[in-house]
Design a protein around this ligand. Structure first.
Ligand code: ADP
Ligand code: MG
Length: 542
């Protein structure tokens, strides 16, 4: 650094490459910002054009979120006498299935508005454009605050998440996409809100009528659209419906190029000339896991015992490849099992990753467990994988391969794994990752060498695949000693930034709860209602 400065001083200013570069970088950033601002302005104009009635009520100020299925804007409105209110406007992509949109809205109206579940104020529609207006909750970026949270704040965060999950689970809603960006947290006001029911599904006895209709085509259509956008990077224009041919094209493309890292999907021409999906063969031998630096290969199939109930596979055929790392012709001719897989890979429960058809509210509890793991270890995202088998192998490195295989049997899945990996002690793991030495209860290091700026368990072999992941790039966020962490609430958090309070005496109850959330068996996994009564929250009341 110093050397380069010295050289810079000796260089004639006008010809200094360093100076040129930093100037160029500065103006590039400015250009980028201007470009972004212009883009947002354009999007806002388009939204006013697409849904003109918005202009009568709202002043749209900014775009605050852009996902695959929606864009979210911050607006203000004079809804009652008194000061203007802040409102979040969620503009759903015009190609969303109408039943899916209606179901999302019904989740918000029926279950929302209390117990940390986001509610809804109004809904606007013009042609195929739908905008949901919700109370705006200013919130933090999880990554920004992760390592400045006090232990008490973590306890409150988890308690409030379970409160929200208890509420929606009582209504028979499986959220399916529980992750920090869908659980808004205002640290200063201690306010929380579970948002985004765009992937929700109903339990068999759901009280949300419309969720009874979203499980099949609508869900699958959204899934394939999801993949097409992840793969191609195409964005559907905000206003104006997508031309049918184009949309169809991207869906077809998606079904051919699914983002399985090393998996192959064989598509064969059927007799009637139609494309027929035959099966997929999966080879994960070369996948490496950052924590273990060992290659683990895994293969999942329906366990013979459960075949009758858990799948549509022909049971009469005996299979040649059982307990091998090959896929035999009998298995290749089996129909591919269809099960819901929506959500974000790093937060998917083992039963989702192995395509268990009977999924319950327990899948949200697993995701809550992954969030808790991040909070206790100070690492986010904790798991980073681009396909289900890699994600499963990553889970094995934490929860143990034998344990995972055993649990999968209970829901009719047989997993083959090339290496045996033991389950890790959750306390030791979290303390090590957080930089705490369990023998000497104080911080030992801020940055942990090569692991910095990496998620805890990442896939390093396939860069192409990791680019497809929707979650932000993994960043290490060591225990923060610095002041002035960025925060989106504009509040002063100096008091928090050096707050190590409680971290040197994390009670056993925390790890007991974590263990019960990350229970590989969904049938015995702790429920939200039980979690709220767990001794970890002993002095907290609902
Ligand atoms: P998507 O389906 O595109 O993920 P979400 O409903 O999750 O849409 O919203 C995307 C982002 O917009 C959220 O992560 C959050 O940052 C912001 N957001 C959504 N709803 C609100 C709200 N009511 N108040 C404040 N911000 C919100
Ligand atoms: Mg979301």
């Amino acid at each position: 650094m110093e050397a380069s400065l010295g050289i810079q001083m000796d260089e004639p200013m006008a010809f200094s490459p360093q100076r040129d570069r930093s100037q160029a970088e500065g103006s590039l950033k400015k250009n980028e910002q201007n470009f972004k601002l212009a883009g947002v302005k354009k999007d806002i104009e388009k939204l006013y054009e697409a849904v003109p009635q918005l202009g009568n009520v709202f002043k749209i100020k900014d775009k605050i979120g852009e996902g695959t299925f929606s864009s979210v804007y911050l607006a203000t409105a004079q809804l009652q006498v008194g000061p203007e209110e802040k409102i979040a406007l969620k503009h759903l992509i015009p190609t969303s299935h109408p039943v899916r949109i209606a179901a999302e809205l019904q989740c918000l109206t029926v279950a929302g508005g209390q117990d940390n579940v986001m509610g809804v104020k109004y809904c606007f529609r013009k042609n195929d454009h739908v905008v949901i207006a919700m109370p705006y909750l200013e919130h933090e970026s999880f990554l920004d605050i992760l390592n400045s949270l006090s232990f008490q704040e973590v306890r409150e965060y988890m308690f409030n998440l379970f409160k929200a999950l208890k509420r929606i689970h009582q209504f028979g809603i499986v959220h399916r996409d529980v992750k920090p960006s869908n659980f808004l947290y205002n640290r200063r006001l201690k306010k929380y809100a579970l948002v985004d029911f765009g992937l929700a599904q109903g339990t068999h006895d759901t009280k949300i009528e419309l969720l009874k209709f979203v499980q099949s085509e609508a869900q699958q259509e959204r899934c394939s659209q999801n993949k097409s956008h992840i793969i191609t990077g195409n964005k559907i224009p905000l206003s104006g419906p997508v031309p049918k041919e184009l949309d169809q094209q991207s869906i077809t493309k998606a079904s051919v190029k699914r983002p399985y890292t090393n998996a192959q999907i064989q598509i064969k021409q059927g007799k009637d000339g139609k494309l027929m999906k035959q099966s997929k063969t999966v080879d994960v031998l070369s996948r490496k896991l950052a924590t273990k630096k060992k290659a683990i290969s895994a293969k999942v199939m329906n366990s013979g015992v459960m075949r009758k109930t858990a799948s549509s596979c022909p049971t009469s055929l005996t299979c040649d490849c059982y307990a091998t790392d090959k896929v035999c012709s009998i298995c290749l001719s089996r129909r591919q099992q269809v099960a819901p897989r929506a959500g974000t890979p790093g937060f998917r429960a083992p039963e989702v990753l192995t395509k268990c058809p009977n999924q319950t509210t327990a899948i949200d509890m697993w995701s809550a467990g992954v969030i808790f793991l991040s909070l206790l270890s100070g690492r986010y995202p904790f798991y980073k994988a681009s396909d289900d088998l890699t994600a499963l192998a990553q889970i094995m490195t934490i929860r143990g391969s034998r344990e995972t295989i055993q649990a999968a049997k209970t829901f009719g899945k047989s997993i083959l794994c090339s290496k045996e990996v033991p389950a890790q002690d959750l306390r030791k793991l979290c303390e090590r990752l957080r930089g705490m030495d369990s023998n000497t209860p104080k911080l030992t290091s801020d940055i942990q060498g090569p692991a910095s700026h990496q998620p805890t368990v990442s896939e390093k072999t396939d860069h192409k695949a990791s680019r497809l992941i929707q979650t932000p790039p993994g960043q290490y966020s060591g225990n923060s000693f610095k002041k002035g962490d960025s925060n989106s609430c504009g509040c002063c958090f100096d008091e928090y930034t050096t707050n190590l309070e409680g971290w040197n005496e994390v009670p056993d109850e925390a790890y007991d709860l974590l263990d019960k959330l990350l229970d590989l068996n969904p049938a015995s996994r702790i429920t939200a209602e039980e979690a709220l009564l767990h001794p970890f929250f002993k002095d907290m009341s609902l």
